[in-house]
Design a protein around this ligand. Structure first.
Ligand code: BES
Ligand code: MN
Ligand code: MN
Length: 467
């Protein structure tokens, strides 16, 4: 399925195939879990590994740059006089690996099975980061230059809401001048159809803490006289959403921009097999707002979901108590033009308004990010479409993804940059779950697509890009 770029570059890639796979595995072996403090040194090690790789390839100003959290890897190559400049973003951090017993092989010991490589981060997002490294290496080795100017921004906190990145971007604004940003952290459409993502949802993440007495109570001695924090929490959660998936927080939908008829039509045209989707999930039925299709609900409608709920007795057998406290983590996926800060405030106010009187309720903001919509007709998006078409032998489809990449909106809002989301993950890659895998065909073809992308962008005038 791979079509050749230029002969010298193809020869280089062919000569280095084994080395490339070994290097990919080496990066995956570093357990750079950003959420867990005990892996902070591993995050730094991953950053240093990447910096050394960029240095070897011949990039300039390679730096493991401090953020206050896990470092950003910055590098640039700015010798393509007159050609556009692009910021390339990927993340080297990964999600935690639990539940460990469901992995068929250890998460940080990557293995190749047929066309697949298995391991934490092989798809999200180390595989994509690594294919950029290999495209840069191959271009500099065979041509001695890049077709465009690149500024690399590889971060280590994406899976933890990129808490320090916005400030780093502000502080480094001076060396981030570019015509657009390219993010490789998305994937292909169902059926592994090459895709360009043009919509990402935002996120609001909160924790609800319900507290009763200082210690658990005997449920016989006190039952009927006091409220129960777990019951109270259940009543609160029941008051957040109706049975059809409509969110009951007042004002929640105020800023939601509805899909246009044309956008709905475009979603209807995607080759989506709802029966196969349901079968793959192994569920008795799908669920959500009845007036919207499954793809509309996934890409263009906001959500509210309980991510975790705990409290009281969890052991074997029976223990008759009224628990002292109960908790839930609740998140909302947001769409244009919902604002995570305003949604948190509306959510908190609603929870406190419906909170039962006999318990204490606290609501905490655990972070989030803005939604984003990127333009299909932007010349950089169209360059990506041509690069995909030339490499995969078919035109890409344009999709709206349900997931979030907080930096996407920051690039647009803070740096004023258009963003192209060009990613290569297979659609069912088990990101964040046990047995995450990457399609090695997508990875290899991804390298060629990136090479073609830079060649395509080199043909654009900075003026075409609005620069
Ligand atoms: N690569 C994903 C984002 C993504 C998910 C893109 C699904 C396309 C489809 C990213 O690494 C991710 O998991 N983001 C988090 C963000 C959160 C921690 C702020 C997410 O979406 O939950
Ligand atoms: Mn990711
Ligand atoms: Mn992720």
């Amino acid at each position: 399925m791979t079509t050749a770029t230029d002969p010298l570059l193809e020869q280089f890639l062919a000569d280095h195939a084994a080395e490339r796979l070994e290097s990919y595995k080496e990066l995956v072996r570093i357990p750079s879990i950003s959420a867990l403090p005990e892996h902070a040194a591993d995050c730094r090690r991953a950053a240093e590994w990447i910096a050394a790789d960029l240095e070897r390839s011949g990039m300039d100003h390679v730096e493991v740059s401090e953020t206050g959290g896990h470092p950003v890897v910055y590098a640039d190559w700015l010798h393509a006089t007159g050609a556009p400049t692009v910021i390339v973003y990927c993340h080297y951090d990964v999600q935690p690996v639990d539940p460990l017993d469901l992995w068929t092989s250890p998460p940080f010991e990557p293995v190749v099975e047929g066309d697949r490589i298995l391991g934490r981060g092989v798809a999200d997002d180390k595989g994509q980061l690594h294919l950029h490294l290999r495209a840069i290496e191959a271009l500099l080795a065979t041509r001695g230059r890049l077709p465009v100017n690149l500024r690399i921004v590889f971060e280590g906190e994406e899976e933890s809401s990129s808490v320090h990145l916005d400030r780093w971007l502000e502080a480094n604004r001076g060396r981030l001048a570019a015509d657009f940003a390219l993010i490789s952290d998305t994937g292909f459409f169902d059926g592994n159809i090459p895709s360009i993502t043009v919509g990402l949802r935002g996120l609001m993440y909160a924790q609800i803490d319900v507290t009763g007495t200082a210690v658990d109570l005997h449920s016989g001695s006190y039952g009927g006289t006091v409220d129960n924090p777990a019951n109270a929490l259940a009543r609160i959660i029941a008051g957040l959403k109706d049975g059809d998936g409509r969110i009951l927080v007042p004002g929640f939908y105020d800023d939601v921009v509805e899909l246009t008829e044309e956008e709905r039509e475009r979603l209807r045209e995607l080759p989506f097999d709802e029966a196969a989707y349901l079968e793959h999930l192994g569920l008795p039925a799908l669920h959500g707002e009845p007036d919207y299709s499954t793809l509309e609900r996934r890409g263009a409608r906001p959500t509210l979901d309980v991510n975790g709920i705990w409290g009281g007795f969890q052991g074997e057998g029976a223990k008759t108590i009224i628990p002292a406290h109960a908790h839930a983590k609740v998140s909302c996926r947001l769409v244009t033009a919902q604002d995570p800060g305003r949604i948190f405030a509306a959510f908190r106010d609603h929870v406190l308004a419906i909170a039962p009187r006999g318990v204490r309720v606290e609501v905490r903001d655990l972070g989030g990010g803005h939604p984003s919509l990127t333009p299909i007709d932007h010349p950089a998006t169209q360059a990506a479409a041509r690069a995909l078409a030339a490499t995969f032998g078919r035109d890409p489809v344009y999709i709206r993804e349900g997931g979030s990449i907080p930096v996407c909106a920051t690039f647009e809002r803070t740096l004023g940059l258009p963003v192209v989301l060009l990613g290569f993950d297979p659609p069912d890659q088990r990101a964040h779950a046990p047995n995450e895998w990457m399609d090695l065909g997508n990875y290899e073809t991804g390298i060629r697509t990136i090479v073609r992308m830079w060649d395509e962008v080199a043909r654009l005038e900075p003026a075409d890009l609005g620069g």
